[in-house]
Design a protein around this ligand. Structure first.
Ligand code: BDR
Ligand code: CA
Length: 314
């Protein structure tokens, strides 16, 4: 099993990613760290605790981190994921509390104790990781690998015309991470991948719901407002699952169908805030990330269904 740290701004698709990491049998989550993003920090922390409980893993520590982006005001995505980030379906409060150790300290300390062993998966704005990098510039290399759900490599955005939410929310943080990265250390999975290869069609939604387990029901219900937003805004054939597909790639890299090494930058401009700048010229700076372009859609969905299926049907 892959030893993991998951950094998340837990909204409804982060919740599904946490189920994959905690209950697929492929991941061994050592700690979950939370960051403000989809929802305010306290709400995202609560949602991470609830998600782990549903996965039967209320032993995994959850550590709250940064309450706002590095230099900007927090703008949440509650219009997408619901006021509570979990589809506003009146989920019960979690049974336990978060841990006192700050997320940034966890991101710094765990790989020092276990050098080269842990995989980090980030599912929200990159604030916690960037702040950690300001304290240890070599941090990315202390992980076995880092996977980031961030950006839109085809410049088709979800929060603006050209930007994806996680990078848009804290573009300065994304820039710190990208300027510290190498393709061997960091794999970048953008919203373009989920738009192409991780759309839950009505048939997929029905299949998930009819699995009937507590995890399947939870995964289906929390994405209620995401489904409404996707129908109104994206024109996709259903709702997409950006964080789960990024988690699936970390757990099963063989699901990657197409990737390239590329130099990726971030715009801080007012009109283009958070837009990725991918330089493919021969004179471009050296590649800084491995950029995933396509994922095996059926393989991803099968992993999701298998994780949520009743025991004995996997
Ligand atoms: C990303 O932003 C959030 O809305 C999702 O949780 C995902 O991490 C998609 O742009
Ligand atoms: Ca997220």
């Amino acid at each position: 099993m892959l030893p993991l740290i998951v950094d998340t701004d837990t909204g409804s698709d982060d919740a599904v990613a946490l189920l994959l990491a905690a209950a697929s049998g492929l991941g061994d989550i050592r700690a979950v760290t939370t960051v403000a993003g989809n929802v305010p920090l306290a709400t995202g922390t609560r949602n991470a605790l609830i998600s782990l409980e549903v996965a039967g893993r209320d032993d995994i520590p959850v550590h709250p981190g940064c309450e706002c982006p590095m230099t900007r005001m927090l703008s949440t995505a509650q219009h997408v994921h619901g006021h509570d980030g979990m589809g506003d379906i009146s989920l019960p409060a979690p049974v336990r509390d978060a841990q006192p150790e700050h997320a940034v300290d966890v991101l710094l300390n765990y790989p020092h104790r276990h050098p080269g062993e842990l995989t980090l998966v980030t599912l929200g704005p990159l604030t916690n990781l960037a702040v950690a990098l300001l304290r240890d510039r070599e941090l990315l290399g202390r992980y076995r690998h880092v996977y980031c759900m961030a950006g839109a490599a085809d410049m088709r955005g979800n929060i603006s015309a050209t930007a994806e939410f996680n990078v848009w929310a804290d573009p300065e943080a994304a820039r710190v991470v990208l300027e510290s990265a190498t393709p061997e250390q960091v794999t970048w999975i953008g919203w373009d991948v989920s738009r192409k290869d991780a759309v839950m069609t009505p048939a997929d939604q029905l299949w998930l719901e009819q699995l009937g387990t507590p995890m399947a029901t939870f995964a289906h219900r929390v994405n209620r407002t995401l489904a409404e937003w996707a129908q109104a805004v994206t024109g996709l054939a259903g709702y997409d699952l950006p964080d789960p597909v990024a988690m699936a790639v970390a757990l099963r890299p063989e699901l990657i169908a197409e990737q390239e090494q590329a130099y990726v930058g971030v715009s801080l401009g007012q009109d283009t805030r958070g837009q990725l700048i991918i330089d493919r010229r021969r004179c471009a700076p050296a590649p800084n990330v491995t950029l995933v372009r396509r994922v095996d859609e059926q393989g991803f969905k099968q992993l999701l269904f298998d994780t949520c299926a009743p025991e004995g049907h996997r």
